[in-house]
Design a protein around this ligand. Structure first.
Ligand SMILES: Nc1ncnc2c1ncn2[C@@H]1O[C@H](COP(=O)(O)OP(=O)(O)OP(=O)(O)O)[C@@H](O)[C@H]1O
Length: 252
């Protein structure tokens, strides 16, 4: 997959992205690109700068330095056009606890100016993709965390974006919920370009063939899973991903 990356159209581009909070750098010169149709895992320990980088990529925060592009659109100068291509699932999912999924999706469809026919089609489609039919009339606050995540995904998918940026979509879920969310992600990966952050190594094995890894705000690996394993082997002769993770992220 990585070999093909260069010939694919770049849909998510981080070009020298840095974010400073005072003297602290949450991200430093992060550069990578995700080609059309790829599913890339964005890996790193807690506090590595994954969410910060994703927020810059989606245009939610301005980079201190560098450039973010979605489907070729600069997310600072041309955010509205870029956002048409983009579905974003932020770290803690949706925040409309008093609404039902049905009400929330209807609200966002209206906000996006969909016609009533288009609205019905799109809501039916995302309810199906995210397996929400059993909960669409329940308040979001009463749903399990797994369903809440899928409600967040349905909102991100409503306008049929071709690029998805998902910040830890399986964080805090039980194993069955994780299965449900992964199944949804795999389905989506058939037609979309996806960047998915995680610090769970099994996630990488289960879903992605390419990994971009950051530590302390810097990019430390960009390549396939087999290459990542080799870092583990160099560490102690084992080729487990946890050895590779340790080798690339341990404190100096
Ligand atoms: N608004 C802010 N002001 C100051 N520091 C911040 C701000 N946002 C993030 N940081 C810091 O930047 C670093 C990177 O945070 P970030 O949330 O991007 O990491 P992460 O890799 O997503 O971590 P996690 O896996 O825990 O979500 C952390 O040390 C965090 O405390």
């Amino acid at each position: 997959m990585t070999i093909e990356t260069e010939s694919r159209k770049p849909m998510i581009e981080a070009i020298g992205l840095s974010k400073f909070y005072g003297p602290f750098a949450a991200a430093r010169e992060v550069t990578f690109s995700v080609g059309e149709g790829e599913l890339v895992a964005f890996l790193g320990p807690n506090g590595a700068g994954k969410s910060t980088t994703m927020k810059m990529l989606t245009g939610y925060i301005a980079p201190s330095e560098g450039l973010a592009r979605i489907a070729g659109h600069n997310m600072m100068e041309d955010r509205i056009e870029g956002s048409r291509h983009l579905g974003y699932l932020p770290e803690n999912g949706p925040l409309y606890p008093e609404m039902t999924p049905s009400g929330m999706l209807s609200f966002f469809a209206d906000a996006r100016g969909m016609s009533s026919a288009q609205k019905k089609d799109r809501i039916d489609a995302v309810v199906d993709i995210c397996d929400l039919s059993s909960v669409i009339y329940k308040p979001i606050s009463k749903l399990s965390k797994g369903f809440k995540q899928r409600v967040g995904m349905s909102q991100a998918l409503l306008h049929e974006p071709d690029v998805l940026i998902m910040d830890e979509p399986t964080a805090g879920l039980d194993p069955n919920q994780v299965r449900g969310v992964r199944k949804t992600m795999r389905r989506l990966s058939e037609t979309k370009t996806i960047l998915l952050s995680t610090h769970i190594l099994q996630e990488v094995e289960a879903m992605a063939s390419r990994v971009v890894m950051i530590n302390e705000g810097r990019l430390v690996y960009d390549g396939d899973v087999a290459g990542l394993r080799q870092h583990g082997e160099a560490e102690n002769g084992e080729n487990g991903l946890d050895d590779a993770f340790y080798a690339l992220t341990r404190e100096a």
